[in-house]
Design a protein around this ligand. Structure first.
Ligand SMILES: [Zn+2]
Length: 235
């Protein structure tokens, strides 16, 4: 079983690891990893796995049957190899910032309008956000973005820790995704933006809202009766 280092410290950019298994010469599992596997609306990480002088580019990371699998661009890694992993940090850090921004926006919208998030997809350039809301206009939305931007300029810590499932489920709004339910585990990972939001969540986030910067609305769409879609981006 791979130890998911990104859940403990999302700022780890490099780490040693040992190859646990290989499939078809290019699907690698490791004893521990800094690479986030695609999931929960957050894209997979990219980067490289280095063995001696040889560099294997990590082109995809996914979770299959509970195991984190890294796809590399060519064959050559073997079970038992001691390797060194390096993240494409620029990409990851942008995703951490936009992921954290998405939490704040979801929390403000949920608190102010009762809207539930029905889907979200983080991208390197923009974030897509779907939510259910009957009354909707751009002016209202801009006001929520303005509120969020105010928060992004201030010193607000973001923490992550585990809580027992029982305790976690007592937090109001701990699950803001419509139709989502936390994994069936005895302990849940909670991401807390102090004074703003607490979510059960397995993604990577920045440590302080000051790191987010500013966000900007790109466009809005109506996707049916109560379904709204917005795109925003980091500035
Ligand atoms: Zn998150």
């Amino acid at each position: 079983m791979t130890k998911a280092l990104f859940l403990i410290d999302s700022y780890l950019k490099e780490s040693p690891a040992t190859v646990l298994s290989m499939k078809n010469g290019k699907y690698v599992t490791l004893d521990q990893t800094i690479f986030y596997p695609r999931g929960g609306g957050q894209p997979h990480d990219m980067g490289k796995i280095i063995k001696g002088d040889e560099v294997f580019n990590v082109v995809y990371v996914g979770k299959f049957s509970g195991e984190i699998s890294h796809e590399v661009d060519h064959a050559g890694l073997q079970v038992g190899d001691n390797v060194y992993c390096v993240l494409n940090w620029e990409r990851r850090y942008k995703l951490m910032r936009s992921h954290t921004a998405a939490h704040v926006l979801a929390a403000l919208l949920n608190k102010g309008t009762g809207a539930l998030i029905t889907g979200n997809q983080l991208g390197e350039d923009h974030v897509r956000f779907d939510f259910s809301l009957e009354k909707f206009d751009r002016v209202l939305l801009e006001s929520y973005l303005a509120k969020a931007n105010e928060l992004f300029g201030t010193d607000v810590p973001v923490k992550w820790y585990e809580l027992s499932r029982e305790e976690a489920m007592k937090i109001p709004g701990v699950v803001k995704m419509a139709a989502a339910f936390p994994p069936d585990l005895p302990a849940l990972r909670i991401v807390e933006i102090v004074g703003v939001d607490r979510q059960a969540d397995g993604g990577t986030h920045v440590r302080n809202l000051k790191e987010v910067g500013k966000v900007e609305l790109v466009k809005t769409e109506n996707k049916g009766k109560n379904n709204r879609r917005i795109y925003f981006k980091l500035n």
